[in-house]
Design a protein around this ligand. Sequence first.
Ligand code: MG
Length: 160
Amino acid sequence: MTLRIGQGWDRHRLVPGRPCILGGVDFPGCPVGPLGHSDGDAVCHAVTDAVLGAVGGGDIGRLFPDTDPRWEGADSVDLLVRAWAPVRGQGFRVVNLDVTVICEQPAIAPRAAAMAARLAEALETETGRINIKATRGEGLGPEGRGECVTAQAVVLLEKP
Ligand code: MG
């Protein structure tokens, strides 16, 4: 059996008037949303980089450059699905995925289960293998000032 671990990190500025989508889940009441060439979903981007890192697959920017108009406004769950397909094709499956989201808003906890369900579907695994944690910046740094959302992800993959 082969085990591979990968980690991912992403940060997007939070601005008024942008749809707020994180982990593929919509937060319709949130007054700010992540700015990005795609939908700015920092959670999906961190998870994508973790998966790519685990298999030595480079990074999300190499696969989906922000200079390419094809990915403008892209659904980042779709980007994750596209990145996952060849990894699954190599015979890997998810052992577990652990995600930390750092932001002042939106409140992540009420939708953490929905996020895990979206990510589980994208990665063709069960929600029980995915953990979503959230914390706040306590007034410190750009997260604490509410300027951005940061996401960290660690994934363990196995190939029987
Ligand atoms: Mg990003």
